[in-house]
Design a protein around this ligand. Structure first.
Ligand SMILES: [Zn+2]
Length: 280
């Protein structure tokens, strides 16, 4: 039996190279803000951190860690997809409700949900090898929990007949109570972002209001359910809010898709703080 020697040592790039790649990410994020402000505004609040210890990219809901070699290997559209992908993990609370389920299988299920959303909305371009399959998506009811349930358990080598996730969605830090709190904050953040997107679009405001109300009710319910931890019931509701936000962006983009109009709209509609990665 032959074994392939895997090396854990990843070459660290010179600071100037790291800076160049950081700017590529910042450029992808700026493009997201201009073209898809619903997700772009979420991206502005997730700082980037260089981490040669991750193979591609990773998130725990607090930041996006990335391997510069991987980011450099992508093109502009793929980087846009990657940044949006990382935002959607905590938006869908994947970081807080794995509940001890198999890490890889959970990541695969989460990616099947996210990649389909981004592909449907034509946000960037999925990097090669990403998990995208309409039949699996449909068979699993379009939710992370549903798709998890129909995926086989990986064997000891991590194989289950499905490919590798794009990235590593990790569990949030802290105690269960802190994680529940963070998950609740993400719910509110998604609801507010969807509401803002609808307001920008001037459409679907009623629909969004109803979804925000549903999320509030769910948060109340979770106070009773605390101890059962977060379950899959949130997926459908949050997915609804996310789809509303994306729809609103799409509507606005149909109305006006020139660069300068996008800039004006974004400046007017997004009171956000840029934390990191602004090109010098
Ligand atoms: Zn992922």
């Amino acid at each position: 039996m032959t074994s392939v020697m895997m090396t854990d040592v990843v070459e660290h790039l010179p600071p100037a190279e790291e800076k160049r790649i950081e700017r590529l990410l910042a450029k992808a994020r700026t493009a997201l803000v201009l073209e898809h402000p619903f997700i772009g505004n979420v991206a502005l609040n997730l700082p980037y951190i260089v981490d040669y210890g991750v193979k591609t990219a990773a998130t725990n809901g607090k930041n996006i860690r990335y391997n510069p070699h991987f980011v450099d290997s992508l093109n502009d559209e793929e980087r846009k997809f990657l940044v949006a992908h990382e935002c959607l993990h905590p938006m869908l609370e994947h970081t807080y409700r794995r509940n001890g389920r198999n890490h890889k299988r959970w990541n695969q299920a989460a990616d099947y949900v996210i990649n389909k959303l981004l592909d449907d909305e034509k946000i960037g371009k999925m990097p090669q090898g990403g998990l995208l399959d309409n039949n699996i998506h449909q068979a699993g009811g379009g939710t992370t929990d549903g798709i998890y349930n129909i995926l086989p358990e990986p064997d000891d080598d991590g194989n289950n007949g499905h490919g590798d996730p794009l990235d590593d969605c990790q569990d949030g830090d802290g105690s269960p109570a802190e994680q529940a709190q963070e998950a609740a904050e993400w719910k509110v953040r998604v609801a507010q972002a969807a509401q803002a997107a609808s307001a920008r679009g001037g459409v679907g405001a009623q629909q969004t209001a109803a979804r925000v109300e549903a999320i509030r009710n769910q948060l109340l319910q979770q106070q009773y359910d605390y101890g059962l931890k977060l379950s899959g019931i949130g997926d459908q509701i949050t997915l609804g809010a996310i789809r509303t936000g994306l729809e609103a962006d799409r509507y606005v983009n149909q109305l006006s898709n020139t660069y300068f109009t996008n800039v004006a709209r974004t400046l007017a509609g997004s009171p956000t703080v840029i934390q990191y990665g602004v090109p010098a």
